[in-house]
Every structure is written in C-alpha cells, then in structure tokens.
Design a protein. Structure first.
Length: 144
C-alpha cells in the first residue's frame, strides 16, 4: 500500500493516510542508525463509525520490532510487515478471538471487617478445640 490507498475488510474499509519514517529515534535504547516507520490508518466501519490506527515497525540493529495496533471494536489487528520506499506491506488480521468487552464489577462491602472477625473467631475456636483434645488424649481421660 502507498499513501491514499484503500482496502476492504468484512465490516467496512480502511485508508492509509500517512507513512512517516524517522531515522533518529530519541531513545537511549536505540542507536542513531535505527529507524522507525509508523502508518496512520483511518478505519471506516459499516456502522458509520471511524477509528484510527497507528501500527509501528522499528528496525534496530538489523532486527525488526513489530508494534501491532488493534481496533477492538472492529476485531482488527494491523501490522507493518515491510517497508519499501514510499510503500508498505500491511498485515491485517480480522479475528473474533479479540476480546470485545471486559466487565469489571467492584462492590463496596462495608461489613468486610466483621466477616474477617468471624473467620478469626472460628479459627481460634478450632485451635482451642484441637489443643483440648490433644491434652485429654495424653492424660487418658475421655472427653465427656
């Protein structure tokens, strides 16, 4: 793909708006010879919503580091596979395995300390009963 190209997926289409390459990455972990390429994508779904995605490809010491970008609402994963001048090879994965929703419920339970007090009292009672049984068994007296 090159800048301005459009491609289809099952739920709409996406447009490659911009390709930016940086030769000097301002990060102490990267060398001055390393480069990074970012692709700006605009995703248009069949439900008249638009999303943006920016997958990243970093070439560091001859190795490629892929930073995929996910559009969870459309179950899409974008990845830059290769850069050739002003063109990129874009990998697109459409999968239902991407989690649609994460539900988290937090309940405020004001009497949690009372519950823990009950657990401690129960544990103390069990220990006291065990100690009493051990002492009675050692002396030979049967519990009544």
């Amino acid at each position: 793909m090159k800048k301005g190209d459009t491609a289809m997926y099952s739920g709409g289409y996406y447009i490659l708006e911009k390709i930016a390459t940086r030769d000097h990455i301002p990060n102490p972990n990267f060398k001055p010879t390393d480069s990074a390429t970012v692709a700006s994508l605009k995703i248009h779904s069949a439900h008249n919503t638009t999303y943006e995605s920016q997958p990243l490809l970093i070439k560091s010491s001859g190795n490629f580091l892929y930073n995929n970008d996910t559009v969870v609402a459309e179950n899409l994963v974008f990845r830059i596979n290769q850069v050739e001048g002003d063109r990129i090879e874009l990998g697109v994965k459409e999968s239902n395995a991407i989690m649609k929703y994460v539900t988290l419920k937090a309940y405020k339970f004001p009497f949690i300390n009372l519950l823990w007090l009950g657990v401690l009292i129960t544990a103390t009672g069990i220990l006291m009963s065990m100690v009493r049984r051990i002492r009675l068994n050692r002396t030979g007296n049967s519990p009544s």
